[in-house]
Write a new protein. Structure first.
Length: 152
């Protein structure tokens, strides 16, 4: 059974709504996956090593990923550097600005790790929109179904 890891920083009620949508979709009863969701503060290198794919969720803070997500990469980058090449990943960014800096940073770090993006990061930009949980659901379900099917 393949393992999906969601590393999610959801400090507000709206980001928690998005995290709930990600988890519900990835834990779909028709998928034969194990699922684990961790805060970036709790995620460790072994959690990533155990995963067949990683879905990252971060709010944009000051035009960059959250400090929690940065902390995760600061702690885990070197232990993962030679161990996770080719790991499938996707990302959801809740951006108050345009998400450009956050996406650039995520792609730069994961490119150094040689992770494989299954699609461009999904950016939810601007004021809260009620359809955003559906977009989070679509991202997570697509990623989880592809991972389970062995597409990546």
């Amino acid at each position: 059974m393949r393992h999906l890891l969601i590393i999610s920083h959801a400090p507000s009620p709206n980001t928690q709504r998005l995290q709930t949508a990600l988890l519900a979709a990835a834990d779909h009863p028709d998928l034969d996956l194990t699922l684990r969701c961790l805060s970036p503060f709790d995620a460790a290198p072994q959690d990533v090593l155990d995963a067949a794919g990683v879905l990252l969720f971060t709010p944009e803070n000051f035009g960059y990923m959250s400090g929690a997500m940065k902390d995760f990469f600061d702690r885990c980058y070197m232990p993962l550097l030679e161990q996770t090449q080719g790991l499938s990943c996707a990302a959801l960014v809740r951006a108050g600005m345009d998400g450009t800096g956050t996406c650039r940073a995520l792609k730069s770090i994961t490119s150094g790790l040689k992770w494989r993006w299954i699609q461009e990061p999904k950016v939810l930009q601007g004021e809260w929109q009620d359809h955003w949980p559906e977009e989070a659901t679509e991202l997570a379900l697509t990623f989880a179904a592809g991972l389970e099917a062995g597409l990546y």
